[in-house]
Write a protein that binds this ligand. Structure first.
Ligand code: PMP
Length: 421
């Protein structure tokens, strides 16, 4: 029988838990493992989430009972695999509120989704057209546009960053022109935790005729996102950050725009007919899905999304906010701490430095006490340049983390500072 993930509101050390965190933790085998003699404290959720047993089991079941190549197979296993792969696509569609199933394109992840749009939508653009991104983007939402700009003579503009870790949206109106063809922006900053007002950005961008791509790599694991309500033109995310496997992700695109774009990669599945003279491309979504895809990845992503959908996003957000508040409060008690990213609307990411200490040294000493954090530039070097720092220590929380783990992290941090001091 499935364990209940939602309990009656219960009081635990001043935390109001609408989520039954203990039951949720029990679903993640890795959370009860150790690093040496220390229990694992996993605070690297911004990089990838851990996986619940249902997802792990789904992968095993696929290889034990269902493995076959999909589409066009007449045999039993191929039909089952195809059906489950397409059912998972439907889970994704419902999860993000897309109107049509064929607007859901499987990719290998956020990076591939953005590259696909840069390449294919980019083919429709002309010299002098403008693309607007921001100074807080992950490299995967900068480099593909720089490559496109170089290839096609497109002008790349940036919404500037502010010290608070928010973007300076007072500049938006003047940055958007009738030449702006696309605005590509992250929903949540992976380095600073800032939650961007994307609905507003979409409305303003549409007013000048620009399309909008939302990088949702850091948002779907924390909050409800509905592409129809947002009215975004593209949205990308990675399976591995939403409790699914690596190597699979999703590009949502509005039907009309996807249809207007040329295909990405050529090969099997993306064609209707091929002769020596000419190829007729397949319809959506297959037009953008050349070759044998990550079949088990897609299926297990569907399982992860179904699992996540069984939780209540409001509960998740409230609980993660409490973790963030508590972590921030405890971290600020430590002398010499600077927190980077103090936006009013913030996700559960704590990026910080400690006076004079190298993030890598801190990360290494935390690891020696079982605490997993990320150190470095987090693939956002322009953010680090803006703050004049080489990188930060980043603790990123998920709803399976606890206040007790934050206590362990803080005391491990104090020990690390003492050892380095
Ligand atoms: N955008 C953001 C905001 C991210 O956090 C990440 C992953 N750190 C990416 C893009 C790239 O995701 P992936 O490596 O899964 O393609």
């Amino acid at each position: 029988m499935e364990k209940s993930k939602v309990s009656l509101t219960l009081q635990s050390n001043s935390f109001v838990l609408a989520l039954n965190v203990e039951n949720i933790r029990a679903e993640f085998p890795i959370l009860s493992t150790k690093v040496g003699k220390y229990p694992l404290v996993y605070f690297d959720n911004g990089a990838t989430s851990e996986k619940p047993a249902v997802v792990i089991d789904r992968i095993s079941k696929y290889y034990e009972q269902e493995n076959a190549n999909i589409h066009r197979g007449v045999h039993h296993l191929s039909q089952i695999s195809t059906e489950n792969y397409e059912l998972a696509r439907e889970s994704v569609r419902a999860f993000i509120g897309a109107e049509h199933l064929h607007e859901i394109i499987y990719t290998s992840g956020t990076t591939e989704g953005i590259n696909l749009v840069a390449h294919c939508y980019g083919e429709l653009l002309n010299e002098g057209d403008e693309i607007l991104i921001t100074e807080m983007e992950h490299h995967s939402n900068i480099v593909p546009w720089q490559m496109l700009a170089e290839r096609k003579g497109i002008v790349l503009k940036y919404i500037p960053l502010l010290k608070s870790g928010e973007l300076d949206f007072t500049q938006l109106d003047s940055l958007l022109t009738d030449k702006t063809k696309l605005v590509s922006i992250t929903h949540i900053s992976n380095s600073l935790g800032t939650i961007n007002p994307i609905k507003d950005v979409i409305e303003k961008s549409h007013a000048v005729g620009a399309k909008v791509l939302i990088d949702a790599a850091q948002s779907l694991q924390h909050m409800k996102v509905d592409v129809k309500e947002l009215d975004c033109d593209f949205l990308v995310f990675s399976g591995h950050k939403v409790f699914g496997p690596t190597g699979v992700g999703v590009l949502f695109g509005k039907e009309e725009i996807l249809n207007s774009m040329p295909p990405y990669k050529g090969g099997g599945d993306m064609i209707k007919t091929v002769s020596m003279e000419k190829t007729v491309y397949n319809e959506l979504p297959h037009k953008f899905e050349a070759g044998t895809p990550n079949i088990v990845g897609g299926i297990a992503l569907g399982t992860a999304i179904d699992w996540l959908s069984s939780l209540n996003y409001e509960d998740i957000q409230q609980y993660e906010h409490e973790l963030l508040e508590y972590g921030t409060q405890e971290l600020m008690k430590i002398e010499g701490v600077t927190i980077y990213g103090t936006a009013e609307k913030k996700s559960s990411i704590l990026s910080f430095l400690i006076n004079g200490l190298h993030p890598y040294d801190i990360g290494t000493l935390l690891n020696q006490q079982g605490v997993a954090v990320r150190t470095g530039h987090h693939c956002t070097q322009p953010i680090m340049d803006y703050f004049g720092i080489p990188g930060t220590i980043r603790a990123s929380f998920s709803f399976y983390n606890t206040k007790e783990e934050i206590d362990i992290f803080i005391s491990a941090l104090k020990k690390a500072i003492q050892m380095l001091g």
